[in-house]
Design a protein. Structure first.
Length: 53
């Protein structure tokens, strides 16, 4: 969600909480991407090994 400066809270603690929540979400999404890539490339690697036999 994109927010404009006018939509951000003026309370420093609320801003910190928003940043921490976004960091947690980003870390979760990065982990999901890594797992998807690992599954995708594991399939490719296994096909290469089978084809090489």
């Amino acid at each position: 969600m994109v927010m404009t400066a006018d939509q951000l809270p003026d309370d420093l603690d609320a801003l910190k909480a928003m940043i921490l929540a976004r960091d947690v979400e980003n870390a979760r999404l990065i982990q999901i991407i890594k797992e998807l890539q690992r599954h995708r490339f594991a399939d490719i690697a296994s096909r290469i090994v089978v084809a090489a036999r």
